[in-house]
Design a protein around this ligand. Sequence first.
Ligand SMILES: Cc1ncc(COP(=O)(O)O)c(C=O)c1O
Length: 462
Amino acid sequence: MDRDRDRANEAHQDHTAGEGIAADDNPADNTASDARGSRRQFLKRSIAAATGVAATSVWDASSAFAQEQEVPLPGPPDEIGDESYWEKVRAQFHLNPDTIYLNNGTLGLCPKPVTKAVFDGYVYLAETGSEGRYQLWDEVEESRKMAAGFLGASEKEIALTRNATEGLRFIVNGIRMEPGDEMLMTTDEHIAGYQPWNQRARRYGIRVNQVQIPSPPRDKQEVMDLFEQALTPKTKVIFFCHVTRGPGLLYPVRELCDMAREKGIVSAVDGAQTPGMNPVNLHEMGCDLFATSLHKWALTPSGTGCLYVREGFQDNFWPGSGGNGPWNDREQGMWHVGPHGTYERPVRAAIKTALNFLDSIGMDAIYARDRMLSDNLKERLLELPGVSLGTSRDHALSSPGITSFSVEGWDTSLLRGILEGKAGIILSRDQRRYHDLVRVSTHFYNTPAEIDRLIELLKEIL
Ligand SMILES: Cc1ncc(COP(=O)(O)O)c(C=O)c1O
């Protein structure tokens, strides 16, 4: 995908329906960029002439979002346990000092360079209007390519979306199935995962089956066995989370996808809870489809996510709603999925700022810090009366950022309300048919002192 294609498609939109400028007919060559260059000069001159003011901000490369690097990146730690390093990292966030934020699983907090990039991007658009969009297109493309690398995918396999929910809709509506075909999901799916399947079942006559996986399971084999037993000869798709929302169970994705492929079954994964916390390598994981939000653990601006469609699966994929691109041009990879019309370019452009931020700390260090915090939290919770963990202590079965627990005789919403009211502790809960859990989700900007405070309060309350 390139900027000229973007321009071509916008030209297409600007024409009346049916006039039919095919995207590929539009010049994607040097002539076009030369023309843009002189148009920029023309714009500068004409604004200056019309207003008597030199139009320095129009097309000025140093303006607006180009300055995002002014907020220095943290760089990697010498030692994971060095709290003075993490204090400096924390200073890069806007966190309200009266709040203990333990709800990263719902929404991550953007670091300062990211909010600045979004702001600057909108200022730039306000300065340059429709012309500025083309500059921002390059920035968005950089974000998309960087996201592909971050997820271990190729550029042709990734489309940017607004969130996991949007990507999951594409997935559910994009897989070919006949009436009577079956799909298998777990009882722990997020509403964004099960709703579109239930809707498709009602409308098109497919059947949704469910398998219950305990929170936590004994081991990976238990998960594999339960899945395998729940398959039927009509199962065409399996769908599950990489990491579940509540218990934070880390699924054996590779093993499940291998099993599915051997049986000719499509594998689709809800990855909303992983990138930015767990390492994600989609090629190694082997799934056909993966949808995620980036605004949780990857700390990108709210309203950003990705959809992955494995290259070898793309001919089978028919998303219900296409982008503005040539839907039948497979060479353009995921172009046929999005974007949809005019969209929030400064927001998507800032994805790369967030990924750069994570990269400057290093994903290994982030993973180790997250593990340190959640291992500590799990141990301390188990010392409290009546507490049981819904999250495994086994690293092979748990994500490093999500720790869930229940307390005998306690309603989790009440407990959550007391914690928030007493000490401004923001956390979440996960109430399902088979469990009722308080969810604490910690990321690298949280501190051991915040965990101490949570434990102290729980002791007091219980
Ligand atoms: C497992 C899972 N899937 C999907 C979603 C939906 O994410 P979003 O609201 O970012 O689309 C969530 C959100 O918490 C989630 O935990």
